[in-house]
Ligand binder design. Structure first.
Ligand code: UDP
Ligand code: MG
Length: 310
């Protein structure tokens, strides 16, 4: 028998824990026929509702269910990492608890790895149905930008729903960075990936944990984790402003020699000073962003802390 680990990060998902289990078990027959057994790992990301209680109920019913409970909310990225660390399976799949990642796709995904020889099967939604238009707009811009400035391929609409082979999982775990941006890490490690597409499915119960602001910060994290182009932009802007200043100096010297030096032009001076201080602070901010990430990285804090591990 081979083992398939199903990893489910949960943050306040009490309504979905049982539904997810039921939905997943519908694929059980198929997997048994292919001699694959399940291992279901719920990662409780410091939920404040009864998520843990719900998982305990399942553990009492079914020995294949496991729970890793964090000491507080560490974010979904930490949940993904913890899940991959705890998974013992020959195959590991990441799935959201809210059933936006349909378990009915699992057999197709499994066959791509087992029969077609891929190392990972990823999914992307072809549309963003049910999402606020403004969010879709900024999401599109983000994917466009990050693919321009980063070497890792980051696919628009890619979900974290992904089935991976053991060696793919080990490759991901070998990246021990603290600032984890999984969408980038999956692309960075390479191996052959098959993409499956499906229509966006809206969350059945509960509500999304991502506000626009959280997504914006997440996008910045992604850019900083996978590109150093903003640093280059800072340097290039510095060079451009030096050149402009140099030309202005020559212009002013020549003008003074020809026309003398009437004291005027202080409003324009104030404008120039404000503009350049703005640019300086902006560039300093970019450097600061990288520095802060490096600071967190050298501290080598654990990515998550567990309270309970069953
Ligand atoms: N999640 C998590 N920790 C968090 C936020 C979310 O483990 O801090 C889980 C959440 O329980 C869900 C998955 O990540 O299983 C995706 O979250 P959500 O459905 O809110 O995101 P969306 O589908 O709206 O992008
Ligand atoms: Mg969701």
């Amino acid at each position: 028998m081979e083992l398939l680990s199903v990893v489910v990060p949960c943050y306040n998902e009490e309504e979905n824990v049982k539904d997810f289990y039921d939905e997943l078990m519908k694929t059980q027959e198929y997997f048994h026929s292919r001699e694959v057994e399940f291992e279901l790992i719920y990662i409780d990301d410091g939920s404040k509702d009864n998520t843990v209680v719900e998982v305990h109920k399942l553990i009492d019913l079914d020995k294949r269910v496991h729970l890793v409970s964090f000491s507080r909310n560490f974010g979904k990225e930490a949940g993904i990492y913890a899940g991959l660390e705890h998974a013992k399976g020959d195959y590991v799949v990441m799935m959201d608890a809210d059933l936006q990642d349909p378990p009915s796709l699992l057999p197709t995904m499994y066959e791509a790895i087992k029969d077609e020889g891929y190392d990972s099967v990823a999914t992307r939604r072809v549309n963003r149905k049910g999402e606020p238009p403004i969010r879709s707009f900024f999401a599109r811009r983000f994917y466009h930008l990050i693919n321009k400035i980063s070497k890792a391929e980051i696919v628009d609409g890619a979900r974290d729903y992904r089935l991976m082979s053991r060696r793919f999982v080990d490759a991901i775990l070998s990246l021990e960075e603290y600032n984890r941006f999984s969408k980038g890490i999956f692309g960075w490690v390479g191996f052959s990936t098959k993409w499956l597409e499906y229509e966006n499915i809206e969350r059945k119960k509960g509500e999304t944990k991502w506000s626009f602001w959280k997504l914006f910060l997440y996008a910045l994290d992604g850019i900083i984790a996978f590109s150093t182009v903003p640093l280059a932009i800072a340097s290039i802007m510095g060079v451009i402003f030096c050149l402009v200043a140099f030309l202005l100096i020559i212009f002013i010297i020549v003008r003074t020699l020809i026309l003398g030096d009437p004291t005027s032009g202080w409003p324009s001076l104030v404008c120039i000073i404000s503009l350049i201080s703005g640019v300086q602070l902006f560039c300093l901010g970019i450097v600061g962003q990288y520095l802060s990430k490096a600071y967190l990285e050298v501290k080598k804090r654990p990515i998550y802390l567990t309270k309970e591990d069953i």
